[in-house]
Design a protein around this ligand. Structure first.
Ligand code: SF4
Length: 339
């Protein structure tokens, strides 16, 4: 069942757009407000009020400028999509809290341009990799947009590229409706122990719901990604995370896991201050986080290494060969963890 937002904003210029009409027809119950420019939504509210209230709304807009961006910090041929921005969930560690001026999730309805751009890149790069979910949750609105259906059809035609949908959502009806999905479409879930979900991943589906969505995708034929990031070092974290790993790899087929990514908090100064303002008691800022040489607030190196080594040990009890990677870590830390 579609979960309607409290309110829906529509830019006046795109009312007649096919995707606008399709989305509005699916959420008739939400009151519609017409606006000139989505960037002005919430301007009159304080930051905290905007962050708390506007996430429950949805805006439909037209994206001017780049819809698919090259990722500077990654290798050439890696891209992320700007087809939607911001998120209806509210994780305390999320950098989107400060990244955009507005706090309302936005769906850009000029979808055809996104698909055209992806196709152009699939034609001009040997093996491009597309990340969906850097600036939004990749599947949170898939029931409204059916974006995944367009993507699967495009990537069935172009096998040279890979696209990853990074999500915490359970919105997989479109994905599982596809018979024999192509192996180059990878839904991936971020998992946290339920105790951590309750503490800091507000408004998100539970651990069990995410696991069920991932399992359903595997049953439908997908290889899935598993992201355990950020791992939060709360008292008793070892027990929580070891139990979570046992549940994950008992219920998921380890042969249909593309990769596991491990990460720990890495807040830049602005994010650190934002979390302090919105969630002063957040375990993601309290305790043992210190500014690192790159200016980000992190656990100390020996603590990160300890976390990764323990996680790796628990994962290896279930599989010797699943690829495990560390999210944005130095070569030195990787060396200490893997060798
Ligand atoms: S689900 Fe992802 S994008 Fe959404 S608030 Fe949480 S971390 Fe941010």
């Amino acid at each position: 069942m579609i979960q309607a937002p409290d309110k829906i904003y529509v830019e006046e210029d795109i009312l007649d757009h096919l995707l606008t009409q399709k989305i509005l027809s699916k959420i008739k119950s939400a009151p519609v407000t017409f606006i000139e420019d989505y960037k002005k939504i919430g301007q009159d509210k304080s930051f905290n009020q905007r962050a708390d209230e506007d996430k429950n709304s949805l805006a439909l807009a037209s994206k001017k400028g780049e819809l698919v961006k090259s990722i500077g910090r990654m290798d050439h041929g890696q891209f992320y999509l700007f087809h939607e921005i911001d998120c209806k969930y509210d994780c305390e560690y999320c950098y989107l809290q400060h990244y955009f001026q507005t706090k309302v999730p936005v769906i850009f309805v000029n979808r055809d341009e996104v698909l055209e751009k992806i196709e152009e890149l699939l034609n001009s790069f040997d093996n491009p990799y597309f990340h969906v979910g850097e600036v939004c949750d990749a599947l949170a609105f898939d029931d409204l947009t059916e974006f995944s259906l367009d993507i699967v059809s495009l990537f069935t035609k172009y096998r040279n590229g890979v696209i990853e949908f990074r999500t915490k959502s359970t919105n997989v009806e479109n994905l599982v409706s596809i018979v024999n999905p192509p192996e180059n479409v990878i839904p991936s879930w971020t998992f946290s122990p339920q105790e951590i979900v309750d503490m800091i991943e507000h408004k998100t589906p539970s651990f069990d719901e995410r696991l069920d969505a991932a399992r359903r995708c595997q049953e439908a034929g997908y290889t899935v990604g598993v992201r355990l990031d950020p791992i939060i070092r709360v008292p008793g974290w070892e027990e929580l995370y070891q139990k979570m790993i046992q549940e994950l790899f008992t219920k998921l087929d380890t042969k249909q896991i593309d990769y596991i990514s491990l990460g720990t908090p890495k807040h830049n100064k602005v994010l650190f201050e934002t979390i302090k303002k919105r969630f002063p008691d957040s375990p993601t800022i309290l305790g043992e986080l210190f500014p690192s040489t790159d200016g980000k607030y992190k656990y100390l190196k020996f603590q990160r290494v300890e976390i990764y080594k323990k996680m790796l040990l628990w994962i290896r009890e279930f599989s010797d060969d699943i690829g495990v990677e560390l999210s944005i870590e130095s070569d030195e830390v990787k060396e200490l963890v893997f060798n």
